[in-house]
Design a protein around this ligand. Structure first.
Ligand SMILES: Nc1ncnc2c1ncn2[C@@H]1O[C@H](COP(=O)(O)OP(=O)(O)OP(=O)(O)O)[C@@H](O)[C@H]1O
Ligand SMILES: [Mg+2]
Length: 146
């Protein structure tokens, strides 16, 4: 059976993004992988930070892992990996960087610019797409399967 499931919402400011992430994170389990898409500045890193805080990450969170590629943190229950594949060329480079182990349990992974290597993502990954909306502080979020 083909089932299409998606959900759209408008987040009126960063606080709304954090509130949504709180609810979202409560449903995450080991091995979950979130593919975060959207233009530069659309809010992928803010959303990732909100999820990590909701998962109980208390360490300082790097604004963006662009330069280090993978940042790992310890949440209250799960270890969490935040990655940004923007600067990478493709799956070979991503594999060489050692990203693959973070895509599976016990990790929860958050990936910005997953388009660089869709083929590496586990089939059960969820996609979170962020877009600019009407106002400067509004964002439209669409959640779907890959
Ligand atoms: N509703 C909102 N939710 C989240 N961020 C918002 C919202 N409205 C405005 N912003 C702002 O949008 C910006 C999002 O920046 P962020 O670094 O998260 O983008 P990004 O998608 O990760 O970009 P990049 O592709 O460069 O990594 C921040 O400056 C944030 O304050
Ligand atoms: Mg970012």
């Amino acid at each position: 059976m083909l089932s299409v499931q998606w959900q759209t919402m408008y987040l009126k400011d960063e606080a709304a993004t954090f509130a949504y992430a709180q609810q979202f994170a409560s449903e995450l389990k080991a091995g979950d992988c979130l593919a975060l898409t959207g233009d530069l500045g659309a809010g992928k890193s803010v959303f990732a930070r909100a999820i990590m805080r909701a998962l109980g990450v208390e360490d300082e969170i790097m604004p963006s892992p662009t330069f280090s590629l993978i940042q790992s943190y310890q949440g209250a229950i799960h270890p969490v990996a935040h990655m940004d594949w923007y600067r990478l060329e493709g799956s070979e480079e991503i594999l060489l960087a050692g990203a693959q182990e973070y895509l599976y349990a016990p990790w929860i992974s958050l990936i910005e610019w997953p388009q660089r290597a869709w083929e590496l993502l586990p089939a059960h990954s969820q996609r979170i797409h962020l877009e600019y909306a009407d106002l400067l502080t509004d964002r439209k979020l669409t959640k779907s399967h890959l």
